[in-house]
Design a binder for this molecule. Structure first.
Ligand code: 1HN
Length: 361
């Protein structure tokens, strides 16, 4: 066979395959051999990219949004943190939603419920509360608060306009995951605010004193019975462990929040973490299949992220947010020391037996 006839054979075959693809396409089919490599990549090939939202850039827009629309009109006045590579999809990773919610003194964000689970991580301000299942909890900076799936919830701000200022928190929801499963339901409450039937703090007394009632049904199904994890306790633990020298070369001092009745994650779909990087920390690199969203609580530092020859470095300060997508190699550094909150879909990876993590040197 000479080169010319081999060339025309190849061209003829290509034509035949194109015609075949068109023919089966008309019957709702397509050839696997065209897409097999992309369907099962050798390692996770996320479309997500690393991204950083500086609080100094975000805050003016949060304040401006307070002038444009009330919390009541908006239902939830939130600026969504959209992954730059997934614009228009309301997600920060393929499975997670994140947004910054702002509530002004005197405002109410009306009662509703949905099957999507939500976490709140308080970024700044005082005087706001969130109500879950008849109990209100004050929201203070650094507090991690849960809205379990299908529980009525509303938010409010006890403060007075002119005297007090806005409260801002990070919302983390499993919206894209429930969208993927087509399992989302939602309902509006009949009243703006749910009736308060329990004294503030009773939830923490009942489930959050390292003890549990002798007999109880889990109040929130697969979600932690505790819905508020105050920062002062978390902070005290992290700083004490730092003083004791319990410092991991990759993570610094890192603790995960737990559901006290199972030891597992507080929510079935999202894991939450808090870590302290001691002064002068230069962490080793790691990668993990769960893409993670970070909120900077105290101090400053930097994160370097690498994937397939591309590199990003974010210098972060208090109240900044950033995302490390799946299977991107990351390392954390901090000169003055810092505290970082983060959340990811790790419990789902673990439940499915697909979680993978590599700690590099
Ligand atoms: C929601 O209910 C809240 O309750 C926040 O504060 C963000 C984003 C999408 C759908 C529902 C909240 C939300 C949300």
């Amino acid at each position: 066979m000479d080169n010319t006839s081999a060339g025309s054979d190849i061209a003829a075959l290509a034509d035949e395959r194109r015609a075949f693809n068109a023919a089966i396409s008309a019957h709702g089919m397509s050839p696997l051999w065209e897409v097999l490599h992309a369907l099962v990549p050798p390692s996770p090939a996320t479309p997500c990219v690393p991204a950083h939202w500086r609080y100094a850039d975000v805050l003016p827009f949060l304040k401006q949004s307070g002038q444009l629309i009330t919390a009541e009109q908006a239902v939830r006045r939130v600026l969504i943190l959209e992954n730059p590579a997934l614009r228009g999809q309301s997600c920060i990773t393929q499975s997670l939603y994140a947004g910054l919610q702002v509530i002004m003194p005197g405002e109410v964000a009306p009662s509703h419920r949905h099957t999507q689970s939500a976490l709140r991580f308080v970024v700044e301000g005082n005087g706001a509360y969130t109500a879950v299942a008849g109990e209100r909890t004050l929201m203070n900076p650094g507090d991690f608060i849960i809205t379990p799936s299908w529980t009525w919830h509303d938010h409010g701000h006890y403060g007075k306009a002119e005297v007090d200022s806005q409260v801002v928190w990070l919302d983390g929801l499993d919206i894209p995951m429930l969208r993927f499963f087509d399992a989302g339901f939602a309902e509006n409450g009949s009243a703006q605010q749910q009736e308060v039937t329990k004294p503030e703090g009773i939830n923490l007394n009942r489930y959050g004193a390292n003890m549990l009632p002798m007999r109880h049904d889990p109040p929130f199904g697969k979600t932690s019975p505790i819905f508020s994890y105050p920062y002062d306790r978390t902070r005290e633990a992290l700083y004490a462990l730092e003083r004791h020298g319990d410092i991991d070369a990759w993570d610094g001092v890192k603790l995960r929040y737990t559901n006290p009745s199972t030891g597992g994650s507080p929510m079935p779909t999202m894991g939450t973490f808090m870590q302290r990087l001691p002064p002068g920390f230069a962490g080793k690199p790691w990668r993990q299949t769960d893409g993670a969203v970070f909120s900077v609580v105290e101090g400053s530092g930097s994160v370097s992220i690498e994937r397939a020859g591309q590199k990003w470095t974010f210098n972060f300060g208090p109240r900044d947010h950033f995302v490390i997508p799946s299977w991107h190699t990351a390392r954390l550094q901090s000169q003055p020391g810092c505290v970082l909150f983060s959340f990811s879909d790790r419990p789902v990876h673990e439940a499915l037996g697909i979680h993978k993590e590599e700690r590099l040197s």
